[in-house]
Design a protein around this ligand. Structure first.
Ligand SMILES: *Cc1c(COP(=O)(O)O)cnc(C)c1O
Length: 458
């Protein structure tokens, strides 16, 4: 029996002995490497030493490593992964049927852990390296709360202190997210806060603000650098995070290879780019090495369209301008999405790795309006059973659009998309959608110009 002739099960799991034991570093195969992080004061590339004042030592090594292709996953991390991995690769038979499409749709589901998303894959790695360095704890920011939850879980497992600055509006709207983090022992502060200098400055300039990811990052960094034995960790955007998230793509590829399946189109939602970068990594590697061809699509919100309408430029990663500069597709560090934007993915920039791939014409991007995203989410929940996170639903919508194109042309394409998480804590947004109060907001060119004005001259 050939691989192709075997019937494809609804869920494809890998056996424990088939799990990846090394992360894949896509940068090793990129001809044009992502641009280095720059010191905002001097404009020179950040040295390992400078970065180590903020980030954990081994993570800095991974951040700067553009050449090692395979990076072995330490045994403690592999053991933790085994508690909730492999994540299932699901054939979306019921969605295909509902769409009456000849396309074959697969999704890699990362929501089967308590944090509810893929973020745990990097959280456990970052907590492991912090512990290995002998640190007391780590600080971070969280927007919707998934990253903070994942990091709290990882820190509890590793025995590390965890301080989370949570965007104030989310802190108020999602009290249960906060409580999950506290259950795992994390200390959660609404941002901007009076705890940090930068928080007090932001509050003075914008009294009553609900905060933003960029503000919370500035606070978390300040907290880390001003306390002995602490470092700052980040849940997306950075090269090291994409490296850890390559576990998603490696597992997906191994599962597909087992059944002789080759995707034509690979789709992920894009906030800071970590799940998309992780999912596409091994496939993009094959494309870069000329071994196979795939089409890659980033799905982003029309209200925060960094890849489709942003500038490819050096920019600040945070509002308080305490972080290094990164070259990326960005809307400007002053850009804050419209308050009616409910679907997550609200960061102003994008992973430098994905940004470089996009600039090199290797990554397509689509911008989606939120009501259409929630319609897709609802259809998906009803036919496939899983209640998707709004973020993930951008990928669902893009996959449905591709599948409907196949219906028109009769092409039997194979589509793979990343279903990054569950939406249990996002019912406020679903409520707006059901009540008909959700509106689509697309920033005008003039709105975007205002954000671009905050770009530094480099
Ligand atoms: C954080 C998050 C995202 C977006 O982050 P990326 O770094 O772009 O992957 C997407 N989906 C879920 C469920 C998330 O929690």
């Amino acid at each position: 029996m050939t691989a192709q002739s075997r019937e494809i099960p609804y869920k494809i799991y890998l056996e424990e002995n088939e799990l990846p034991t090394a992360w894949y570093n896509l940068r090793a195969d990129m001809k044009n490497k992502p641009a280095p992080l720059l010191n905002p004061a001097t404009g020179a590339p950040m040295s390992a030493e400078e970065l180590e004042a903020v980030f954990c030592r081994d993570l800095v090594r991974q951040e700067l490593d553009d050449t090692s292709r395979d990076i072995p996953i330490p045994k403690d991390i592999l053991d933790f992964y085994k508690m909730y991995r492999p994540s299932p690769l699901v054939r979306a038979y019921f969605l295909e049927k509902a769409l009456e499409t000849p396309a074959k749709i697969y999704y890699k589901f990362e929501g089967n852990n308590t944090s509810g998303s893929h973020k745990l894959n990097s959280a456990i790695a970052q907590a492991y390296y912090a512990k290995k360095q002998g640190l007391i704890g780590v600080t971070t920011e969280t927007g919707a709360g998934q990253w903070g939850t994942a990091l709290a879980m990882a820190c509890a497992y590793m025995g590390l202190d965890c301080r989370v600055y949570m965007v104030k509006i989310s802190y108020e709207q999602k009290p249960f997210r906060r409580e999950v983090m506290r259950t795992y022992g994390a200390d959660v502060t609404p941002s901007p806060s009076e705890t940090t200098h930068v928080g007090r400055e932001i509050l003075k300039a914008h009294p009553g603000t609900g905060g933003s990811l960029g503000c919370a990052i500035s606070e978390a960094v300040e907290d880390a650098v001003s306390h002995e034995g602490y470092r700052y960790v980040l849940g997306s955007v950075l090269n090291q995070v994409l490296l850890h998230q390559s576990i998603i793509g490696l597992e997906a590829k191994a599962a597909m290879d087992k059944f002789g399946i080759k995707p034509d189109v690979i789709i992920g939602c894009a906030g800071g780019g970590s799940n998309l970068g992780g999912l596409i990594s091994p496939f993009m590697g094959e494309k870069l090495r000329g071994e196979a061809d795939y089409r890659f699509i980033a799905a982003e919100p029309a209200s925060c369209p960094s890849l489709t309408r942003g500038r490819f430029a050096y920019d600040f990663c945070d509002t308080g301008h305490v972080c290094p500069l990164a070259k990326m597709y960005t809307l400007g560090s002053d850009f804050i999405p419209s308050p009616n934007h409910a679907g997550g993915l609200r960061y102003h920039g994008m992973s430098p790795v994905l940004s470089q791939l996009r600039a090199d014409g290797l990554l397509d991007a689509v911008a989606l309006e939120q009501t259409s995203v929630f319609s897709a989410a609802e259809l998906f929940a009803r036919v496939e059973g899983t209640l998707p996170a709004p973020e993930s639903s951008h990928a669902i919508k893009a996959a449905i659009d591709e599948a409907l194109k196949c219906k028109e042309t009769g092409e039997e394409k194979t589509i793979l998309f990343g279903l990054t998480g569950t939406g249990y804590f996002d019912m406020k947004a679903y409520e707006q959608f059901h009540n008909g109060t959700m509106i689509d907001f697309i920033p005008s060119d003039a709105d975007l110009e205002q954000g671009f004005r905050s770009l530094p001259a480099v």
